[in-house]
Ligand binder design. Sequence first.
Ligand code: SF4
Length: 180
Amino acid sequence: MDLIRVATVWLSGCSGCHMSFLDLDEFLIDIADKIELVFSPVMDIKEFPENVDVVLVEGAVGYDEQIHFAQTIRKNSKVVVSFGDCAMTGNVPAMRNPLGNPNVVLTRSYIDNADENNQIPSAEGILPVLLERVRPLHEVINVDYFLPGCPPPADRIKLVVSKLLAGEKPVLEGDDLKNG
Ligand code: SF4
């Protein structure tokens, strides 16, 4: 039996969605012989691989490199899941959007709130180039499924992942959407 190639990705988010994924506990052991984890922030792999069957993408798209990364994820993956409210709506990272120019948050962080050496780092490549607006994942690439919650509760993740690994379409309704 071919193993199902699974990836998880962390864009602009707090990693809370990944923590909830790890809350799946025994279920992770149950699926361990069915999947091959090919990319994840819990692994030391730099390049997103080709031929990924299912990828869970946590976080919004907040800076330029994440646009290219999201495009690579889409190109290399059969099923893309928008994983958690930051990916789905922008959520917490998008709280900077009403402030307008992203330099407002850089100024606040590096100048207003700094006790000394108040300056925005300027060496090339040291800071990501922030987008004018933090964007939900589906504004940047097509996604196949949405998995809501901040973070999504482990049971909801289990439901969606179980269906996807079985080659079925996950449907969330009623109590599936309570809490989280
Ligand atoms: Fe963190 Fe909530 Fe965003 Fe997930 S949806 S990355 S838990 S803020």
